[in-house]
Design a protein around this ligand. Structure first.
Ligand code: PEP
Length: 272
């Protein structure tokens, strides 16, 4: 039985405008309230300029919101960057770090991603940390060595934060979330099968033993071409605790259906 509350997070990437967002958020709010998905955590992550709009539009809603990135420095002369304290000032609850698009196009390293995790945790932000192998790495048999390297680095940083580290208060186990996103599945329409996802998630969990709850408390989301048609089979896997959703997060009907699939898997496992 899954002991972890599933989480579905929408990564809007560099999409949206005020009119589009207003419509999407209105539909999401209405849908979530209609279906009453209390057993599920839901987060949307818009681009920075729209955080305040999303905060206003979701006030009083069970849907939380987060940023897609954070600067690893506290403040100062870093033109174009946004600090953890600014996010907290706006009421932000979550931040995505280490998305493969940033690892690839902005050349973010494991050290950069861990520094972002540390500063986010120090400010009380929940962290959704992304990991995943490229197609080349999978095809050359390096999936576990790549995932192992990424998880070990993040687990060390999360462990420090859970012990207090630079944090005002230790990071609770449920505020550190991993997202397994095979790079070859992101935005390609080619999702990992439920079995491949489960295999990777079980491996990832096996590396989390030093964390609070021995890794059993850490939610591991699957991301990469999750759609209404494949969400249920992915989320039914024992180590898949929800999803990080890209393209389908921009379509209210699809995102709501994916949330519904996560909620259904959670109540099915609770009922067993
Ligand atoms: C993502 O970018 O995190 C993602 C999972 O994208 P998509 O769902 O579009 O594959």
């Amino acid at each position: 039985m899954k002991q972890r509350k599933p989480l579905v997070a929408g990564n809007w990437k560099m999409n949206g405008d005020t009119v589009f967002n207003d419509h999407l958020l209105g539909e999401l709010r209405a849908g979530i309230e209609r279906e009453s998905m209390a057993a599920l955590g839901i987060v949307v992550c818009p681009p920075y300029p729209y955080l305040a709009q999303v905060a206003n539009r979701l006030a009083g809603s069970p849907i939380e919101w987060g940023a897609q990135n954070v600067c690893e420095r506290p403040n100062g002369a870093f033109t174009g960057e946004v600090s953890a304290s600014m996010l907290v000032d706006l009421g932000c609850r979550w931040v995505i770090v280490g998305h493969s698009e940033r690892r690839q196009s902005m050349h973010e390293t494991d050290d950069d991603v861990c520094a972002k995790l540390a500063i986010a945790a120090a400010h009380g932000l929940g962290v959704i940390a992304c990991i995943g192998e490229t197609l080349d790495e999978r095809e050359s048999g390096r999936t576990e060595s790549v995932l192992g390297r990424q998880v070990d680095a993040l687990a060390r940083a999360a462990h420090d934060a859970q012990r207090g580290g630079d944090c005002a208060a230790p990071m609770p186990a449920e505020r550190f979330v991993l997202a397994y996103e095979p790079v070859w599945a992101i935005g390609t329409g080619r999702s990992a099968s439920a079995e491949i996802a489960q295999q990777a998630h079980a491996f990832i969990r096996s590396r989390l033993g030093a964390l609070d709850g021995g890794g059993q408390a850490t939610r591991i989301l699957y991301g990469g071409s999750v759609k209404p048609g494949n969400a249920r089979s992915l989320f039914a896997m024992p180590d898949v605790d929800g999803g990080l959703i890209g393209g389908a997060a921009l379509i209210a009907e699809d995102f709501l259906a994916i949330c519904g699939a996560a909620a259904a898997c959670s109540s099915a496992s609770t009922a067993r």
